[in-house]
Ligand binder design. Structure first.
Ligand code: NDP
Length: 595
């Protein structure tokens, strides 16, 4: 083990944190309304087609055609539902994989557990960690197989959805003038669906080109997600952001542009990727049910549960799970446990820092690229070419822990130095999962007594199972972080659970001839109280963290217990799933008022 001088390490971590905890750090431009950057919202991938207005009646409307929405559609189809209408602002299904087509885009969760329904679709991913386009096509293939596109409305945003007790239906209006009714309404709007554009002084003055990574402009850069960006020849590019997206986009940018300036606020911890093609005999010894087993195995490890073998065996299970669940032994005091956890975290981070030294030749650059914070403070990243890009003479790393000072017509200014560039690529991520659901939904959801979901959740979430809310009959919300369900790194896994519940619940309700349901006040209070009781305040560890999405940008104490998980920490994933399965199997519709 490396020498662990606890005090010195803490001091260094706090000093690095303080460089980043600066006023204005979280200022963003509201891309939902921003007129200057309105073109950032446009879909560069699919032309918008004219179509007739719809004014009909469907069984279920699903807002969002990402993995969660499509899986909900599949389970509803299996439950015998006839008319299922997916609505999405995108030009097709895929959700995050529809929009994020930046060069090098890849899923850093193993494809065998991330890509849903592999067995049913008889599909074997080409690689251990697969590229975005393969995932998008897979989601599309699922949608086609279950006929989820016939009734879908793409390039369409819902403006208003209102429940009518008289009709026992939702009335849905869209930005294209559609006005139709639906028995059920499912919000599957995603976790990180709103692009985050920082508010940097002067950014409107920039005279060059700019775009966000979630709307990559291949007309400008040339190439594609896996082909060289040939139009960048002769161009100087500024990449802002070194999170999971920025690190994947840098190698292709560096290979194509004359020069790339990378503006780094916080270095990510970059673990080894170890990607490889799927071996031809991958499925030879697999028995039916293998994918659920593999997902469960990963999830069990991530929750610190004992398993016979680590089937994924990667940075998530080797580092993230261990950092979250340091080993305990009998008689260990809380202080001893915390000290051991800190030491273990230090060892993991040291390994990451040493990796930088091994891979980056210039020691000055290496020093700036080393992450000084606890591993649990920030979402880790994994890549095998990113750090090597800093050995290229056409890549300059610009250290800006307090952010970019301002942008002029020529480009960003940091520490008084003007960087002259042709194009700014904003790899600045997304509004966090903590963003209230009504904002992520982007439209008014109006329940009984003209109460909106935003009104009802003003003082945070109130739900049954994190999926239904009193006063909003026949509404389902796909389970998400900060919404009274559970959290997982492999979001597909949770989407599977949520989709099975939605399909199962609708089947049970229709078998019983139910026209509408609402959650009882008692059931909602009980669920919400359980969530609040199991809430563990992350402040004592997270306050010393570098600011990040995981700690509410340095303000972990402001996370509301009502928006917690069902079960301590990340929540009790397996207990939650069992509870939902039992609810469906019993057919009792416990906790609901039926009419
Ligand atoms: P992130 O939020 O992780 O990163 C945004 C980057 O932009 C950070 O480096 C951030 O710095 C920087 N930034 C933000 N504002 C400014 C500013 N004003 N000045 C300078 N720098 C700024 O977004 P990503 O798109 O990288 O990733 C978002 C999430 O999407 C991931 O956490 C992950 O959940 C998901 N994702 C998953 C992938 C996968 O493989 N499964 C791949 C890509 C994304 P700082 O760190 O200081 O905040």
């Amino acid at each position: 083990m490396s020498h662990f001088d606890q005090d010195a390490v803490k001091e260094k971590y706090l000093a690095e944190r303080d460089k980043r905890l600066v006023p204005g750090r979280t200022d963003i431009r509201d891309l939902a309304r921003d007129e200057h950057f309105a073109r950032f919202r446009e879909d560069p991938f699919t032309p918008r087609a004219e179509r007739d207005l719809v004014a009909d009646d469907v069984d279920v409307t699903i807002i969002g055609g990402g993995i969660a929405g499509v899986l909900a559609g599949v389970q509803l189809r299996k439950a015998g539902v006839d008319r299922i209408r997916i609505i999405d602002k995108a030009g097709g299904v895929g959700g995050t994989w529809y929009w994020n087509r930046y060069p090098g885009v890849m899923c850093d969760v193993e494809s065998y557990i991330y890509m849903p329904m592999l067995e049913e679709m008889d599909y074997v991913p080409t690689r251990r960690y697969t590229y975005g386009e393969e995932i998008r096509r897979h989601v599309q293939a699922i949608a086609e197989k279950f006929d989820l596109e016939t009734d879908a409305l793409f390039h369409t945003g819902v403006t208003r959805a209102e429940w009518s007790d008289a009709a026992a239906r939702w009335r849905v209006q869209t930005d294209r003038g559609d006005n139709f009714t639906s028995r059920y309404y499912v919000l599957a709007v995603g976790l990180l669906n709103l692009m985050k554009l920082p508010d940097i002084a002067g950014m409107e003055d920039f005279a060059g080109h700019s775009f966000h990574t979630a709307r990559w402009d291949y007309c400008y850069t040339g190439g594609s997600a896996d082909q060289p960006l040939d139009k960048l020849n002769g161009k100087v590019v500024g990449l802002i952001g070194t999170g999971a997206t920025g690190i994947q986009a840098l190698p292709p940018l560096a290979a194509a542009a004359d020069h790339v300036y990378v503006f780094q606020r916080t270095p990510s911890a970059i673990g080894e990727r170890g990607n490889r093609p799927t071996p031809p005999d991958f499925t030879r010894n697999l028995t039916p049910g293998w994918q659920r087993e593999r997902m469960d195995n990963f999830q069990a490890i991530m929750l610190g549960k004992p398993v016979e073998a680590d089937l994924t065996d990667d940075g998530w299970t080797q580092h993230y799970a261990k950092a979250q669940h340091a080993p305990r032994w009998k008689g260990m005091t809380f202080e001893e446990y915390m000290a051991r956890a800190e030491e273990l975290d230090f060892e993991i981070m040291e390994e990451h820092r040493q990796r930088v030294d091994v891979l980056v030749k210039d020691p000055e650059r290496a020093a700036i690229l080393k992450p000084y914070y606890r591993y649990i403070c920030k979402r880790p990243c994994f890549h095998d070419e990113y750090l090597d890009a800093y050995n290229r003479p056409n890549v300059t790393l610009v250290d800006c822990p307090a952010g970019i000072e301002r942008v002029t017509e020529l480009g960003p200014v940091v520490n008084g130095k003007q960087y002259e560039i042709d194009c700014i690529v904003y790899g600045t991520g997304f509004e966090p999962e903590l963003t209230p659901l009504p904002r992520r939904a982007g439209h008014e959801v109006i329940g009984r007594d003209e109460t909106t979901l935003a009104d009802k959740w003003t003082h945070n979430a109130a739900s049954l199972f994190g999926m239904m809310s009193r006063g909003f009959p026949n509404l389902f919300v796909m389970p998400s972080p900060a919404q009274q369900s559970v959290v997982t790194v492999n979001y597909t896994h949770l989407a599977v659970v949520g989709a099975e519940f939605v399909g199962g619940a609708v089947r049970v309700l229709s078998e019983r001839g139910v026209k509408s349901f609402d959650v009882t006040a008692t059931a909602e209070d009980e669920w919400t109280n359980k969530v609040m009781e199991s809430f563990t305040d992350p402040s004592h560890v997270m306050a010393a963290c570098t600011p990040s999405r995981l700690n509410n940008e340095g303000n972990p104490g402001a996370i509301s217990p009502r928006n917690g998980n069902w079960g301590r920490g990340f929540g009790d994933f397996f207990g939650y799933r069992e509870l939902l399965e039992q609810w469906v199997d019993s057919g009792e519709c416990e906790g609901l008022e039926l009419s």
